[in-house]
Design a binder for this molecule. Structure first.
Ligand code: DUC
Ligand code: ZN
Ligand code: ZN
Length: 471
């Protein structure tokens, strides 16, 4: 099968140039530049099974969302998107690969959790997928298992300083896991908030009668993210390993990463669309605010431009979603009368690529090349799958968007594809949308319609991070 995408503007993390792209059997076979002013490339006479005219459009690598939680059991319920519905929604929004988090059950092996998540994804995901591993129990056995998982293409491990009694690992456990990655070449990902202190503040708020969702945002002080981020950086420095912060949300945490990078530490971080576009003000409308409950919480509005600055200056390397959707009705409602019982998590997977284009490129905050980098190329490099993914280059998987930078669309729960009954961005008109979404050469979405096969996704074995090579 040969496909030709012609007349487009190829945009990569490095440059933009006019070129035609040939795809053969799912891989990029040629990227042929048009000479300045020329209408056609050297490929003009090429016969293809399908030709896609990308005149006036960008041709970019598909988005990679390296932070998702399909079907996560959490807060007494389950994140609602399955691997099928969640990856389909992702594809509609220009994402062509996800990395989800498998969870080690407490008291069981890493492998037990991994097997469960593999079974959920296999045959159901329509996009290629990888896994990070959440470690709920750090002990001699799980430390030894880490080496095996790295060898099998699951090289990163998430630990928490938050959620006491559920996911929290004490400092010595975090340190032991970090030391293990020094030996096996993996990477530790941290959810950094001071959970025990947050629980004290939250209990005080509830005791004083503050039970609304806004209490969730008020209890989780930014300084407690800054403290935990700095602590984990120092632990990683002591262990001599890189460390990656998931869902960095605040100026306080950004300052910790900035300082670490300034002294040469390998500290890396992502932020998420919700922290770039929403604020704690969104949590204030009575119980409606439950729609915006996630951890870390939405921050005061003035943190947003600091996060954009972080993206512009590479203090933050990429943007993932932490996609973890719960219906307002029946799920978020579990926390009526006590914000601590609201399931934490937001739906965002379908909007990430377009929101970053709209707020970043159209909004004049980042270049279109940086947009491609934070949405696709940097995740591929950070998580050991570049240049198979995240590139428009000969030999790469043909995970490609034909992207219309001018098309406007209105976000709404009535038209989105995520399996959740509300949208964080209801009624927002944004600029930029994918006309064609292709995974390994197969068109999945065309002009907003699903045209792909079921169960198209494959597990991607990942290698060492390109960002975090040790001497
Ligand atoms: N934060 C969330 O909001 N949801 C899932 C897990 C997490 O850390
Ligand atoms: Zn987290
Ligand atoms: Zn998460």
């Amino acid at each position: 099968m040969r496909t030709l995408i012609k007349n487009g503007l190829v945009v990569t993390a490095d440059a933009s140039f006019e070129a035609d792209v040939v795809i053969v059997d799912g891989k990029i076979d040629a990227v042929s530049r048009r000479a300045s002013g020329a209408v056609e490339t050297a490929l003009a006479g090429l016969v293809a099974d399908e030709t896609i005219d990308a005149t006036g459009k960008y041709v970019v690598p598909g988005g990679i969302d390296a932070h998702t939680h399909m079907e996560l059991p959490f807060g007494g319920t389950f994140a609602k998107d399955t691997f099928e519905s969640g990856t389909k929604a992702a594809a509609h929004g220009g994402t062509t690969m996800i990395v989800d988090f498998a969870v080690q059950p407490k008291g069981a092996a890493l492998r037990d959790g991994l097997d469960v998540w593999m079974a959920k994804a296999e045959g159901n995901a329509v996009l290629d997928y990888g896994f990070h591993m959440i470690m709920s129990d750090v002990n001699d056995a799980s430390l030894a298992e880490m080496d095996q998982l790295v060898a099998e293409g699951i090289p990163d491990f998430k630990l928490f300083t938050a959620y006491p009694g559920v996911f929290l690992s004490p400092d010595d456990h975090i340190f032991r896991a970090m030391k293990q990655t020094r030996k096996n070449g993996g990477m530790i990902m941290m959810h950094a908030e001071n959970g025990p202190v947050i629980d004290v503040i939250a209990a005080d708020l509830v005791a004083s009668g503050m039970t609304d969702p806004i209490g969730h945002g008020l209890a989780r002080y930014p300084i407690l993210e800054g403290e935990a981020t700095n602590r984990c950086i120092r632990l990683a420095e002591a262990a001599g390993v890189p460390v990656y912060f998931v869902h960095l949300s605040s100026r306080d945490a950004l300052e910790a990463v900035t300082a670490a990078r300034g002294r040469g530490s390998m500290a890396f971080a992502e932020t998420c669309p919700q922290y770039l576009f929403l604020s704690i003000d969104d949590m204030g409308n009575g119980f409606e605010g439950a729609k915006y409950v996630c951890s870390p919480p939405l921050r005061p509005k003035d943190h947003q431009e600091d996060l954009w600055r972080g993206l512009r200056t590479d203090i933050l390397q990429l943007v993932g979603t932490d996609h973890c959707p719960f219906d307002f009705e029946g799920q978020k409602e579990l926390g009526r009368g006590d914000f601590r019982k609201i399931p934490n998590g937001l739906p965002a997977i379908e909007d990430r690529v377009d929101l970053l284009h709209h707020g970043g490129v159209v909004g004049g905050r980042i270049s279109r090349e940086r947009w491609v980098e934070i949405a696709s190329t940097a995740p591929a490099k950070m998580f050991g799958m570049y240049p198979q993914k995240g590139a428009i280059a000969v030999g790469s998987d043909a995970d490609i968007l034909v992207y219309d930078p001018n098309r406007k669309r209105t976000i709404s729960a009535a038209t989105h594809h995520m399996d959740v009954d509300y949208s964080l961005f209801e009624g927002w008109e944004i600029q930029g949308a994918s006309d064609v979404v292709m995974s390994r050469g197969t068109v999945l979405v065309r002009d907003g319609q699903w045209v792909g096969p079921a169960g198209h996704g494959q597990f991607v074995r990942r290698g060492r991070s390109d960002f975090a090579r040790l001497a």
